[in-house]
Design a protein around this ligand. Structure first.
Ligand code: NAX
Length: 324
């Protein structure tokens, strides 16, 4: 039988952690025939709560779950890890400036990147969920010089899934009829959900809706969906975020012809090299590849550039703070 794959989840006692861990243990992250070992990383004050979640995981008697560890030490959590889901982050609180937010997250993602560098398995794959996800991923990557840069990614799959669902509702089609959806850029309000390459029943989605809906309803609804969820449920997206993290890793490992993921830019589509930006991607042989050769019209150009510019500014800010 296959030896278990070690999956580390940071922020394991948080709300996304709670929605994520049971799905990983049930086999949905990697496949129904792949045994997993879970490592739950938390800050010391939350270790007890994470231990409570571990007790519940025990109580599910998941056939694929071969072990659980709970720790506050990144060197332990990432030891021999194959998949790292970096969910725990420092949220922005009232009165916090962008610099403070980046500084606080640098203090989390720098050391975690180093621990991954020093202890993770050779095939390590990293998905950053904790915000600001793209730049946190860049910080971790820059502290892991021995790990191939492409192994560091950030999550825009929730945005992608939101875009699918909004378009499906508008056109009254099942989500499965929509192909080639793309989110470009940063997981932030500047993200660009692109309907000029998305196809519905073989037709270009942008041609099936009017431009005013696309510009004034679709794009802002997708970009601001997180805030709408907070407004409605009194808490931020958790189960849908966990679901997207599962989708991202499953496709990375098992392959897909087209989805969205934030990966290190190689300069494609004029996105500055090195920033971790969302692209249309395929996954082949366990590696993300940017889908090439798409024509970018003026409407898309402006929005892709604006989001890339924001990511460049975040990179410049973390450089200035000495975080990378
Ligand atoms: P919670 O506040 O419920 O949980 C976060 C957990 O992380 C806490 O238990 C905290 O103790 C832990 N933590 C903090 N610092 C840590 C560290 N250094 N090491 C280990 N654990 C640490 O937040 P939750 O709702 O679970 O959200 C987690 C993150 O996901 C947030 O940063 C949030 O902004 C981000 N999101 C990202 C999304 C995306 O699409 N990329 C969407 C959902 C979500 O908003």
């Amino acid at each position: 039988a296959q030896s278990p794959v070690k999956v580390t989840v940071t922020g394991a006692a948080g709300q996304i952690g709670y929605a994520l861990l049971f799905r990983i243990a049930s086999g949905q992250l990697l496949g129904a025939d792949v045994p997993v070992k879970l490592s739950l990383l938390e800050i010391p004050q939350a270790v007890k709560a994470a231990e409570g979640t571990a007790m519940e995981l025990d109580d599910c008697a998941f056939p694929l779950l071969s072990g659980i560890e709970v720790t506050a030490d990144p060197n332990v959590a990432f030891d021999g890890t194959n998949v790292a889901l970096l969910v725990g982050a420092r949220p922005r609180t009232a009165g916090m400036e962008r610099g403070d937010l980046l500084q606080a997250n640098g203090g989390i993602f720098g050391p975690q990147g180093k621990a991954i560098n020093d202890h993770a398995a050779d095939d390590i794959r990293v998905l950053v969920v904790g915000n600001p996800a793209n730049t946190n991923s860049l910080i971790a990557q820059q502290h892991a010089p021995d790990v191939p840069a492409e192994r560091f990614t950030a999550m825009t799959r929730l945005d992608h899934n939101r875009a699918l669902s909004q378009l499906a509702a508008k056109l009254q089609v099942p989500v499965t009829e929509i192909k080639k959806m793309t989110i470009w850029g940063n997981h932030s309000a500047t993200q660009y959900p692109d309907l000029f390459h998305a196809e519905v029943g073989g037709k270009i989605a942008a041609e099936l809706v009017d431009e005013a809906w696309l510009r004034d309803t679709f794009i802002p609804t997708v970009a601001k969906r997180g805030a709408a969820i907070i407004e409605a449920r009194g808490a931020s997206s958790a189960a849908s975020a966990a679901n997207a993290a599962i989708d991202h890793v499953f496709d990375w490992v098992n392959g897909t012809e087209w989805t969205s993921a934030a990966i290190p830019s190689d300069g494609s589509y004029g996105v500055p090299e090195g920033i971790i930006s969302s692209f249309p991607v395929a996954s082949r042989n366990g590696k993300w590849e940017i889908i090439q050769g798409l024509e970018i019209n003026a409407f898309s150009r402006e929005r892709i550039d604006a989001s890339a510019r924001e990511l460049e500014e975040e990179r410049a800010a973390v450089r200035e703070l000495g975080l990378i």
